[in-house]
Structure formats: structure tokens, C-alpha cells
Design a protein around this ligand. Structure first.
Ligand code: DGL
Length: 264
């Protein structure tokens, strides 16, 4: 059965896979963790476009009928380019969920935690232009955070210090709603919650993106699921498969087979 393909620089996009799995439990999912190139955040746009095209081509060669760019940074840098390069394949990308955040805020200030590439990209600029509705959007680039999460060091002193450093300016600016603009960040949601308290609303785009995937699957007639059969989950990594398998288990992410990718 042709799978739904997803890719990210590492484990972050598994937070999106988790939601897709919840809504489409019968679909086969093929997830490419490009850990050899992690983090994507500091890389120039041209390089990110080339990397994203290679990841997409790899998934398409393995029969992916739809691709979720489960990475805000790769979406910001390359989503339009991917759609042009692979016109036969539907792509679903990520953009920080500013629209629901702007609808939710009472203080009129929304914080966005993301990588610099995401914060500087056109996708976010367009979303702010269309949906911020006079709400002040405060961007915060989170250097080094993806690396800590990839290490599985969710509670380490370094991670907590970084989170404090990045969340404090948003709270100081009066944000009552904070957007998680990187698919890695939901993995440290409890740690962020501990810093911001119960009154700040934290928004993850993954559930909405999974709903969009369901919509595209239906619109394009891509669902071909034998009733009642659970789909498979396969993780492929350009990094170390054993390390990835251990991390998936430790972080209680959806289980699946883990295979190495040598030719990306
Ligand atoms: N999960 C990616 C994102 O959503 C992480 C980017 C990175 O590797 O720096 O932006």
C-alpha cells in the first residue's frame, strides 16, 4: 500500500506523525528523519531547498502518495519549491499557528518560538499579514533547542536554561498565548508549561496539520485502507537507527520499524 511520507531534520516531525496516526490509523506511514543534517535551522535557504528536495525524492521513490513536510524550517524554506519540483505529489507543510493564536489571545500579544529560518520566512509573514488582526506577534528564535531535544535531554539544565531564556521575553511582552513554531518543541511542552504556568495557552500545529492531511487524502481519493487493518509505521534515518529506536521508545512515541538510509 503506498504510504503517507513525512520528513524532518530529526525526531520533531514524529509529533506530527503521532497526530496523523491518531486520525488515520489504517494508513502506512513512512517517516524520514534526516538526522545527518540536523539541525536545519542554521542552514542557508538554498541548502535547505536541496536537502528538502532530496528527502522528498527519497520518499516518492518509495511510493509516497502524499508528503507531509513535518518541519516548520523546511516548510518555510522549501514548500513552494517542492510543489514546483514534484507537481504530481500533494504536499502538506507546517506554518506556526498564528491564526488560532490571534483568535485566542486576550492580552493582544502572541509569542512565536521557532528557528530563525521559520521566523524570517514568507509563510509566517503571510500568515501574520492575513490573520494577526491587529494582535502583536513577538518572534523568538530558539538557537540550540533542537539539538538538546535530539539528544533526548528534555530535562537537562541546559535545556531548562535555554527555555527560560526564550520564554522570558515573551512573558515580559505580555504574551498570554505562545505558538510552538517548530515540530520539536511539543516534546518539551511539559517543561515549557512548568515555566509559563497554567494561564498561558500553548499552541501546537500538529493536530490541525493532521486534519489537513485527512482532507487532502479524501479530496484526492488517496485512502485505500482495507477496513479494520492497522497501518504500519516505518522510520528511516540518515543517522544512527539504534539511537533513534531508543529515543522513540524513551519518549513514548509511536513504535515502528527503524531502518538506515545510506544513499540520501
Ligand atoms: N523540526 C524542525 C522545525 O519544525 C527543526 C528544525 C531544525 O532542525 O533546526 O523547524
Amino acid at each position: 500500500m503506498p504510504p503517507i511520507g513525512l520528513f524532518d531534520s530529526g525526531i520533531g516531525g514524529i509529533t506530527v506523525l503521532r497526530e496523523v496516526r491518531r486520525l488515520l490509523p489504517g494508513e502506512d506511514l513512512l517517516y524520514l528523519a534526516d538526522q545527518a543534517h540536523c539541525p536545519y535551522g542554521p542552514r542557508p535557504i538554498d541548502e535547505l531547498r536541496a536537502i528538502a528536495a532530496t528527502c522528498a525524492a527519497w520518499l516518492i521513490e518509495r511510493g509516497a502518495k502524499l508528503i507531509v513536510v513535518a518541519c516548520n524550517t523546511a516548510s518555510a524554506a522549501a514548500l513552494g519549491d517542492l510543489r514546483q519540483r514534484f507537481p504530481e505529489t500533494p504536499f502538506v507543510g507546517m506554518v506556526p499557528p498564528v491564526k488560532p493564536a490571534a483568535a485566542h489571545t486576550r492580552s493582544g500579544v502572541v509569542g512565536v518560538l521557532a528557528t530563525p529560518t521559520t521566523l524570517e520566512g514568507n509563510l509566517l509573514r503571510d500568515v501574520i499579514e492575513h490573520w494577526a488582526n491587529g494582535v502583536r506577534v513577538v518572534p523568538q528564535a530558539c538557537h540550540g533547542l533542537v539539538e538538546c531535544i535530539e539528544e533526548g535531554a528534555l530535562d537537562s539544565p541546559t535545556t531548562v536554561v535555554l527555555l527560560q531564556r526564550y520564554v522570558a521575553p515573551l512573558l515580559d511582552a505580555g504574551a498570554d498565548t505562545i505558538v510552538l513554531g517548530c515540530t520539536h518543541y511539543p516534546l518539551v511542552l511539559p517543561q515549557i508549561r512548568a515555566l509559563v504556568g497554567d494561564d498561558v495557552h500553548l499552541l501546537d500545529a500538529a493536530p490541525a496539520v493532521a486534519q489537513r492531511v485527512v482532507q487532502v487524502v479524501q479530496e484526492r481519493g488517496l485512502a485505500e485502507v482495507p477496513a479494520g487493518m492497522p497501518g504500519s509505521v516505518t522510520y528511516a534515518t540518515t543517522g544512527d537507527p539504534q539511537r533513534l529506536a531508543r529515543l522513540i521508545e524513551r519518549l513514548d512515541l509511536p513504535r515502528g520499524s527503524v531502518i538506515p538510509v545510506t544513499s540520501l
